[in-house]
Every structure is written in structure tokens, then in C-alpha cells.
Design a protein around this ligand. Structure first.
Ligand SMILES: [Mn+2]
Length: 402
């Protein structure tokens, strides 16, 4: 059985004010070509189809047009799409009934039996070739410990869920390849390119997902990697979602030996590159420099070749207030889009105050409540009380209405 595994498309992303439709359309075109050449039995999209839970009409249209073209390129293929943490489960599932006519199965949520208990059967999709079932895919949308109701087995409801799903798959007993699609962070994976300083990722041990699977098609982590054991793979994002995703971008083509076998042979995985005509550049690439040096470097890049640019600046005191304007002016009229500044301060200059960590440019991108909370913490030495938080929220709301 041959599977095309992809995830984390993030369609509809607006990147520092720039629409990325052109890049995403180019990716979908690449995917159509790959599907047409490879003729896989199934394609799995393991979550984060869209960048946000209410994608624009343009992004939805691009998705529909792209998916239909993918289906036409390989009409026999079974397609499975799951919701990631960026997707709205209900919105993604809204037209699931329509997609089923194209053999596209959209799984946004967890199936439940009438009594409220988990229904593993509702998560499983059969892969069919020439009218014959040739494998099973257990399609699990984004899951965190909070995705499961308290009525599920305690204490670890998520482990209990995966255990029940694994048992159900083993119980199928037809010897056909079994695949798990999931959108989560596996403990010990390489999270390069992700900003996890706030600990936003919940990690699940690989063993928790179960032993019955010939292949585990993962999404959520954007850098492509084969996990120890060779059965679980992050295909990675096909288009970089931020400047720190520096690794090559690809989709995975996986071949699983057909037929009944007790000996699990790790599947063959090929990572096919997805070119992006508009790369994300950091200038200078590695070591930050003083602002005037960075501007000189910026002048030397080719303006006629499309790119996004982030400046990597070493700041000793303060930045000129028009620094962003000066960078944008240099790029005016060219194909390079100015995005942002990454600010580094020399270690020895830090006096421990949290203020020192932010520039005006960075503050502008922060949530007003975070800025207020920071101010409160630094001046009062404690967290802002709930009643102040709600008063502040009210004030922000009122100012937005004006
Ligand atoms: Mn993602």
C-alpha cells in the first residue's frame, strides 16, 4: 500500500500583513503533480489544513479547487483529512458529507456512542483499491488532555483513548496494514522551528499511541523527521510557517508491505521536496549585527527575486524610531517583502529587568493585556489580580469599539 502523507498546510495564512495564497497555490500544484506521478492508494492530511479557525472565502476556495484537482489526478485514491489545532473541527466537518462523494473523508472530531463513550469505529476509514479493502486508517484529530470528557477513564483520558483505539484496530484481525493519523507532539521529537518557550505543546510518549500500527502519520510538528523505530513520521509543513523553519520542506511518500505478516517491517519513506519560490530570509542568517551593518547587508540582496525578510539585529542601547521604515524603504519597488526584526541584546547588558527583553517593535506585536501584565509584574512584583484583568479587558474592548 502506498500513502502520500502531508500535514500543516496552514492555508490562508497572512504573514506580517502579506497574503500567502500564491505560495500555497504553488504547493497545491506541486501536490497535484506528485499525486499524478505516484498514484498512491491513500493521501493523509494530518491536521492544520487552514491557518485559522475561520478561513477566508479565498482560502476555502483554494482548498476546494486544490482538493478537487488532487482527486482528479488519482480518482481511485482514498483521502483522509483531519482537523489540527489551527482548524475549527465543526467548520472543517461542515461539508464532510459532500466530500465523501469524492472519496475524501474529513474527520474533525471524536466519534462518540449514544451513551457518550468513545466510539473507535467512527474514526476508522478503509482504504479501497479495485473494490477491495486493502488497509485501515484510524484518523484522530488534534488531541490534548482537554479533548476528552471527564466521563472517560481516569486518570489519563488521552492514553485511555489511544489504548481503546489500538485495541479496536488489533481486533479487526484481517492482517491488513493499519495506519494512525494524529496531530500531536510526540515526546522527544525535534521541535526546531517551534516556539515552545511558553510550554504550549503537550507531549505524548510514542508508546501511548499503540503497537498495532504499521505507520503513524503525524502532524503538528513542522520539521520533517522519522521517529525512532521508523514507523512514526512527521512529514513536516510543506511551506514554512515562520522564519525559524529553516529545514527543507517536503511531503512523504510511504510504502507499506502488503499482505499478512506478524513481523512488522518498518515502511519505506521518501521525502519529496516542495520548492517555494518565495523563501524566508533572515539577514544576517546566523549572527546578529548592529543595525547600520544589517541595513548595508540588506542593500546587497537581489531585490528582483521574491522573498520575505527578517532582520537579525544586535541592539546595545535603542533602535532608531524609524528603523522599520528605513528597512522598508530600501526594499521599495522590489520583490522582497520586509517582515520584522529579531532583536538580540548582548548578555552582559541585561540588568535582569523584564523591560530589557522587548523593543517597541516587539511590544507592538504583543497582546495589550500581556504588556499590561508585564508592567504590573515589574512594578508591583506580583501577577495582576483577576479584577484588574477583567477591568483592563473591558477598557480594551471599549477602545476598540470607538
Ligand atoms: Mn501546524
Amino acid at each position: 500500500m502506498k500513502i502520500l502523507h502531508t500535514s500543516d498546510w496552514h492555508l490562508g495564512q497572512v504573514f506580517y500583513g502579506y497574503e500567502r495564497d500564491e505560495e500555497h497555490r504553488a504547493f497545491l500544484g506541486t501536490l497535484v503533480r506528485i499525486v499524478s506521478e505516484e498514484q498512491p492508494d491513500a493521501m493523509i492530511v494530518s491536521g492544520d489544513v487552514f491557518h485559522n479557525s475561520a478561513p477566508s472565502a479565498a482560502a476555502r476556495r483554494m482548498y476546494v479547487d486544490g482538493m478537487l484537482e488532487i482527486c482528479r489526478a488519482c480518482p481511485e485514491m482514498t483521502v483522509v483529512v483531519t482537523a489540527g489545532n489551527h482548524d475549527s473541527p465543526s467548520r472543517l466537518e461542515a461539508d464532510a458529507g459532500l466530500w465523501r462523494h469524492f472519496n475524501v473523508h474529513v474527520i474533525g472530531s471524536f466519534a462518540r456512542k449514544p451513551d457518550g463513550t468513545a466510539d473507535p469505529a467512527g474514526q476508522v476509514i478503509d482504504v479501497v483499491r479495485n473494490g477491495q479493502v486493502i488497509g485501515h486508517i484510524a484518523a484522530v484529530p488534534y488531541a490534548s488532555p482537554r479533548s476528552f470528557p471527564e466521563t472517560d477513564a481516569a486518570p489519563d483520558r488521552m492514553s485511555a483513548y489511544f489504548h481503546a483505539l489500538d485495541a479496536y484496530m488489533q481486533g479487526l484481525g484481517d492482517g491488513l496494514p493499519c495506519i494512525l493519523a494524529a496531530h500531536l507532539a510526540v515526546a522527544g521529537c525535534d521541535i526546531r522551528g517551534h516556539d515552545d518557550v511558553v510550554g504550549g505543546l503537550d507531549y505524548v510518549p510514542l508508546e501511548t499511541l499503540g503497537n498495532s500500527y504499521d505507520y503513524i502519520a503525524l502532524g503538528h510538528i513542522h520539521s520533517s523527521q522519522i521517529l525512532p523505530g521508523g514507523r512514526a513520521v512527521y512529514c513536516g509543513s510543506p511551506v514554512a510557517v515562520n522564519f525559524d523553519e529553516r529545514e527543507p520542506h517536503s511531503v512523504s511518500v510511504v510504502e507499506i508491505a502488503d499482505g499478512v505478516s506478524d513481523v512488522k517491517v518498518p515502511p519505506q519513506v521518501r521525502m519529496l521536496p516542495v520548492p517555494n519560490a518565495r523563501p524566508l530570509l533572515t539577514i544576517p542568517d546566523k549572527t546578529p549585527e548592529d543595525f547600520p551593518v544589517v541595513l548595508e547587508r540588506l542593500k546587497s540582496i537581489p531585490f528582483d527575486s521574491p522573498a520575505y525578510v527578517r532582520l537579525n539585529v544586535l541592539v546595545n542601547n535603542t533602535l532608531p524610531s524609524d528603523c522599520e521604515q528605513r528597512a522598508a524603504d530600501i526594499l521599495k519597488g522590489g520583490q522582497v517583502r520586509y517582515c520584522c526584526m529579531k532583536v538580540t541584546r548582548p548578555e552582559n547588558k541585561a540588568d535582569g529587568s523584564e523591560y530589557e527583553k522587548f523593543t517597541v517593535q516587539e511590544m507592538r506585536q504583543m497582546d495589550p493585556l500581556d504588556v499590561a501584565g508585564l508592567y504590573y509584574r515589574v512594578t508591583r512584583g506580583r501577577e495582576m489580580e483577576d479584577r484588574y484583568v477583567s477591568m483592563f479587558k473591558e477598557a480594551v474592548q471599549a477602545s476598540l469599539k470607538q
